[in-house]
Structures are given as structure tokens and as C-alpha cells.
Design a protein around this ligand. Structure first.
Ligand SMILES: CC(C)(COP(=O)(O)OP(=O)(O)OC[C@H]1O[C@@H](n2cnc3c(N)ncnc32)[C@H](O)[C@@H]1OP(=O)(O)O)[C@@H](O)C(=O)NCCC(=O)NCCS
Length: 188
């Protein structure tokens, strides 16, 4: 069951149909969708509604998705998992008006903490397209390390792009983030 996670500034909760309008507004932006592998551009309200219909709160942690709400603002973005072997790949995005305030660092720390606490997985995968320095900085800060390069289709750009592959071990995450800091804000 996907829970609701609360951090200093954020609520991470299961997606709901009411999220369709902000999802469509934020993803219909090539600066967001163009950094993601599987999101088309243009992105329509019907795309958001169709994706939301695939979401259920009883999905396993390897398939869980969270809507990110910022206090006093509401829906600002998304973080979620896709199955990969015995574990998962984590992916995330934030609407552009909300970039640069440490929001995704705070959300990702909570989501990763929950993932390792809820599964027996020893590792978690992620990665970034080669030009995505901000996302790579988040992953380094969380404790991810680079494992190599690959090519991955970016649906929004309709192009195969160089991708930096990354991995986070349970051990490295727990060493990097002692319990008292795992749900704090970005300045912690
Ligand atoms: C990537 C994204 C999630 C970042 O969210 P955010 O809340 O703005 O990120 P944060 O503020 O938590 O952290 C950004 C980090 O990148 C750093 N950063 C930002 N822009 C940077 C740049 N151009 N070059 C290098 N580092 C940069 C910041 O200094 C910060 O690192 P620090 O905490 O060590 O100082 C957001 O920009 C986004 O949604 N982009 C489009 C979708 C996307 O790229 N998703 C990820 C796909 S892998």
C-alpha cells in the first residue's frame, strides 16, 4: 500500500484523479518532459487522465508513485518507481515554477528512505540524460554513484540520448543520511 509521507515542507501521497490538471500543465513543457524518458510532448490532459487511471494505492513499492504537495501551494510534481529486476528505477520531476528550492532533494530523500524501509532491496537504480546536471547533483547528494553510460529513448525529443546510469546501495544511503536527517528539509 502506498503510504503518505510527510517531510518538513512536503506531503508525498498516492496520485489521484484531481492531479490531472497540474500534471498536464507541468509536463506540457519540453524543459520538463524533455528530461524524462517516457513522457510524450506535447502532453495533454487526456495523457494525464489515462496515466492516473493506471495508478492504484495497492501497487508494490517497485511500482509505487507519489504526488508531491508543497505546503500552502499544492501539487508541484511527482516521484515514483518502475520495476527493474529485483528492485526498481526511481524517477521524478517538478513543475518548472518550483525548481531551485531543494524540493526534489527533500522529496527524493523521503521516497528513497521509504523504499529501503519497505523492501529487502539492496540497491536502487536511476540515471539522467547527459545534460541534466541538476538531477545528477540530487542523485550524488543522495549517495548515488555512476556506473556507466547507455543510450535511452527520450520520447518527448524523439531521440536516442546519452544517459548516465547510476546506482544507490542501501548501505551508502543509510551511511549518507542518518535517521534524524532523512525527512528534514534540503538545508539539513
Ligand atoms: C531535476 C529537478 C527534479 C530538480 O528539482 P529541484 O527541486 O529544483 O532540485 P533541488 O533544488 O533539490 O536540487 C538541485 C541540485 O542541483 C544543483 N543544480 C541546479 N542547477 C544546476 C546546474 N545547472 N548545474 C549543476 N548543478 C545544478 C543545485 O545546486 C542542487 O544541488 P545542491 O543541493 O547540492 O546545491 C527539476 O529541475 C526537474 O523536474 N527538471 C525536469 C525533469 C527532470 O529533469 N527530472 C529528472 C530526470 S532524471
Amino acid at each position: 500500500m502506498t503510504p503518505t509521507l510527510v517531510t518538513d515542507r512536503l506531503i508525498l501521497r498516492p496520485p489521484q484523479q484531481g492531479d490531472a490538471e497540474p500534471i498536464a500543465r507541468f509536463l506540457n513543457d519540453i524543459e520538463v518532459s524533455g528530461n524524462l524518458a517516457r513522457v510524450p510532448f506535447p502532453y495533454h490532459l487526456s495523457d494525464a487522465r489515462a496515466w492516473l487511471r493506471t495508478q492504484r494505492p495497492d501497487l508494490s513499492p517497485q511500482e509505487a508513485n507519489f504526488s508531491i504537495e508543497l505546503a500552502d501551494v499544492g501539487y508541484v510534481g511527482h516521484i515514483g518507481y518502475q520495476p527493474a529486476g529485483d528492485t526498481a528505477v526511481i524517477g521524478y520531476w517538478l513543475g518548472k515554477p518550483h525548481w531551485g528550492r531543494g524540493i526534489m532533494t527533500e522529496a527524493a530523500r523521503a521516497a528513497v528512505n521509504w523504499y529501503f524501509a519497505s523492501t529487502g532491496a539492496e540497491v536502487l537504480y536511476s540515471g539522467v540524460f547527459h545534460f541534466n546536471a541538476a538531477s545528477l547533483a540530487i542523485q550524488h547528494r543522495l549517495g548515488f554513484t555512476e556506473t556507466g553510460r547507455s543510450t535511452l529513448l527520450c520520447l518527448a525529443r524523439n531521440a536516442e540520448l546519452e544517459h548516465i546510469d547510476t546506482i544507490l546501495t542501501r548501505e551508502r544511503f543509510l551511511e549518507t543520511w542518518p535517521p534524524a536527517l532523512r525527512l528534514g528539509n534540503a538545508a539539513s
